[in-house]
Design a binder for this molecule. Structure first.
Ligand code: AMP
Length: 363
């Protein structure tokens, strides 16, 4: 690998977004000797607590974005809803990895599904819902109606079984542009997190088994215990996605495993993912370090599992149990430094390493 493509330790990584993912990217970068600068609309963004600097600005403030980019050697983003224009503005000054293409598709559920299909990655049946005519033509029932943009953690979604129910749900969602996805009768949910380096090398983390409740990820378990054929297929789809996106960085692909063993894509995120947090404590390289390696042109790290683990999110007041958790020798506690507890807000996570109760949590 030619040295001039490397952004060496001592350089500054710019991170668009100031949440927990940005915070954990900055921490991983710091371990390798990088400084981080955060761009966030919030002056007290939690990623700023562990970074060399923070520039406060809105995502349409070109001058502030330019000031931010000028202080960075390479730039990444920690959430896929960063406006394309903000990334374009940064790209005028510095390389942004993974760039505009992945967010263009990840920001919009219909575009995303079409991209999966084009890349040869199977999905549930789906239809656009944006007019009365679309409602009348809908056949993907029972299904889940989702807004095309700005939905996350189960927000902006409704389960529907009948056409009348669909119409009522679309009204409740403000008659916005939506996608109706056929309900998948899945045996489980999994995710592949794939890194692609500047030299085109790809590496997939071991596939995690995910449990969601109320649309929010609750736990990820590795090893997943799933058959080799399913794991190999999931990894293949993840790599296929990273290659189709021409991405340098990280992409997470969330998938359903159907009862007859097929693997269908649900959604992607071109950034570190909640289902990869276990890698910090139980993998040879964490997903955050892997992202830093990829965008800085370093060789990708090994992805060997060091120990069985289960990551549990600490949501809302669950983080109040921190004292019990730190007293548990199998627990690795991560708190995100958020000042305000709100129901449904991800306050931290804990990874149980080495020995944990193998029974899945109550769904
Ligand atoms: P999403 O925001 O699309 O990741 O959806 C959140 C959660 O809702 C998923 O992790 C699944 O548990 C469930 N879900 C979403 N889409 C479907 C679907 N088409 N069929 C069955 N369950 C779904």
């Amino acid at each position: 690998m030619p040295v001039n493509t490397i952004t060496p330790p001592g350089s500054t990584i710019g991170i668009l977004g100031g949440g927990q993912l940005g915070r954990m990217i900055a921490l991983a970068g710091a371990r390798l000797g990088y400084r981080s600068i955060i761009y966030s609309p919030e002056a007290d963004a939690i990623a700023g607590q562990v970074s060399a600097g923070l520039i406060q600005g809105s995502y349409d403030d070109e001058a502030a974005l330019a000031r931010f980019a000028a202080q960075a050697d390479v730039i990444t983003y920690e959430f896929e809803n960063v406006p394309e224009q903000a990334v374009a503005e940064c790209e005028r000054h510095r390389p942004v990895r993974p760039g505009i293409k992945p967010i263009h598709f990840a920001q919009h559920r219909l575009r995303e599904k079409a991209f999966f299909r084009q890349a040869g990655i199977g999905t549930a049946d789906y239809q656009p819902i944006g007019s009365e005519a679309d409602l009348a033509a809908a056949t993907a029932l029972p299904g889940i109606l989702k807004t095309c943009t700005e939905g996350y953690d189960g927000k902006g979604q409704a389960r529907v079984t009948t056409r009348d129910g669909l119409k009522a749900a679309w009204d409740r969602l403000g008659r916005r542009e939506c996608i109706l996805e056929a309900l998948v009768d899945f045996q489980c949910e999994i995710s592949a997190i794939v890194a692609r380096g500047l030299d085109g090398t790809t590496r997939c983390f071991p596939i995690g088994l995910n449990h969601h409740r109320d649309g929010i990820l609750r736990t990820t378990t590795v090893p997943s215990g799933l058959p080799e054929t399913v794991l190999a297929r999931a990894e293949q789809l993840g790599v296929q996605l990273a290659l189709s996106l021409d991405l340098v960085g990280l992409v997470a692909l969330e998938m359903f495993v159907t009862r007859d063993g097929r693997v269908l894509a649900n959604e992607m995120a071109p950034r570190p993912h909640n289902s990869g947090h276990w890698t910090i404590d139980a993998c040879a390289t964490s997903q955050f370090e892997q992202l830093v390696r990829a965008i800085c042109g370093l060789p990708l790290g090994a992805v060997d599992v060091l120990a069985p683990s289960r990551m549990e999110n600490l949501i809302g007041d669950e983080a109040d149990g921190w004292l019990r958790i730190v007293a548990d020798p199998t627990a690795r506690l991560h708190l995100y430094g958020k000042a305000k507890v709100r129901p449904g807000r991800k306050m931290g996570h804990v990874t149980y390493v080495g020995s944990w109760d193998p029974s899945p949590p109550n769904p």
